[in-house]
Write a protein that binds this ligand. Structure first.
Ligand SMILES: [Cu+2]
Length: 115
């Protein structure tokens, strides 16, 4: 019994983290997903994504190496995405946002934020 409680207590902080992570995403009108993959794509899939103001984009690294998504104008940066990890960025300003991968500049993509 005691052992079981200890195990539950150990899990609680991770459980909370799991709940907190999507909390930021709750402000998003819609969350779109961009896969980072080399399966049938040259890095970002879809390469060009149209969203509305207030929407979010979630980049998911499906490869076995580190990547990131960084706006050419530096208006956003996902940070380094380890294999299997993801990050969410919210878009509040209309316009075209071309981006690239920090470690791999030939990887390019574009977010088109519509009003
Ligand atoms: Cu990359």
């Amino acid at each position: 019994m005691t052992e079981r409680i200890a195990r539950l207590a150990a899990l609680v902080p991770f459980g909370l983290l799991g709940l907190l992570a999507p909390a930021a995403a709750q402000d998003c009108k819609t969350t779109h997903e961009v896969e980072i993959t080399f399966q049938g794509a040259r890095g970002f899939k879809p390469r060009e994504l149209h969203v509305r103001v207030g929407d979010c984009v979630r980049w998911v690294n499906e490869t076995h190496i580190e990547h990131s998504a960084v706006a050419v104008d530096r208006s956003f940066h996902t940070g380094t995405l380890m294999p299997g990890s993801a990050n969410v960025i919210k878009f509040d300003t209309p316009g075209d946002v071309p981006y690239t991968c920090g470690p791999h500049p030939p990887m390019v993509g574009k977010i088109v934020v519509e009003p």
